[in-house]
Write a protein that binds this ligand. Sequence first.
Ligand SMILES: Nc1ncnc2c1ncn2[C@@H]1O[C@H](COP(=O)(O)OP(=O)(O)OP(=O)(O)O)[C@@H](O)[C@H]1O
Length: 316
Amino acid sequence: MRDDVGIEVDGLSRRYGTNQALDAMNFTVQPGRVTGFIGPNGAGKSTTMRVVLGLVAPDAGRALVGGRPYRSLAEPLRVLGSLLDAGALQPSRTAHDHLLWIAHTQGLQAKRVDEVLAAVGLTSAARRRAGDFSLGMRQRLGIAAALLGDPRALMLDEPFNGLDPEGIQWIRGLLRSLADQGRTVLVSSHLMSELEGAADHVIVIGRGRVLVDASVHELLAGVAAGRVTLRTAAPQAAADALGRAGATVQPAGPDTLTVSGMAGPEIVATLNAASVAFTELGTQRVTLEQAYLGLTQDTVQYRGTAPTDTAAEAES
Ligand SMILES: Nc1ncnc2c1ncn2[C@@H]1O[C@H](COP(=O)(O)OP(=O)(O)OP(=O)(O)O)[C@@H](O)[C@H]1O
């Protein structure tokens, strides 16, 4: 078995005019797990991936694949397979010929073409012109091209684009099995929900910087911590009592409140002291999407409060 191939992004910066697309971007992608690369449009996902592939030169920092710059690799497609733009194909070529052309130019075995077409479910469409493919089929063809060299690492930019729900399920399973084979899998999306159940690790970026680099488990546990669901026939009285004691309380249904900023035992004590009855108290199960929204909210709040703090300092 060939060596593991990690992807290392070290202090990448890249400016376009006055726009700082990458701002000291730092992270490492480990083998054997699916790493989601998440951020809103324009956050810098594609630019980072282009730098990794040596297609864009950074102003500062470097990117390494298996410890080496991608451009210095003797057989790059055997090391890192990538999908950047599913539209980048010669429309008059059939899917089969498109892949055969890549295999020839890259010194890969022609028999891989049929194998990867089967792996992405395009065998029956292999002789059709790629120009007539739907976006979802082009995504599958792009993934087939990324798999041609049987690479130890894969980097896919927005592979869920254009896929129907069945296609999204399929790609989640594919990513999982590639990671289970010990490969390094980096997959970008602007929707956290697309990666639900597929990613083991997430790198959330915004404005060219890493905001969060954590396992999905840590992320969900971190957001769930301190968020408690409370069921009570007296939600207003409960909210008043808990609010006075310093908790943050939000309605979550007719008889249900979400309480944060206070641990379970303290909630019980506070409600008992205020003689408010409740029927249920439990920690929340949080989805990846909720965790992501929570993170984004924190970023927005942080940006919002910064000028006020500065003003206060200036006055004092
Ligand atoms: N070739 C370019 N010329 C000028 N600006 C660019 C270029 N490439 C990227 N940018 C800018 O850099 C920033 C990051 O873009 P990038 O495409 O990397 O983001 P992204 O996270 O991949 O977004 P999306 O989900 O929309 O693809 C954006 O503000 C974008 O407009």
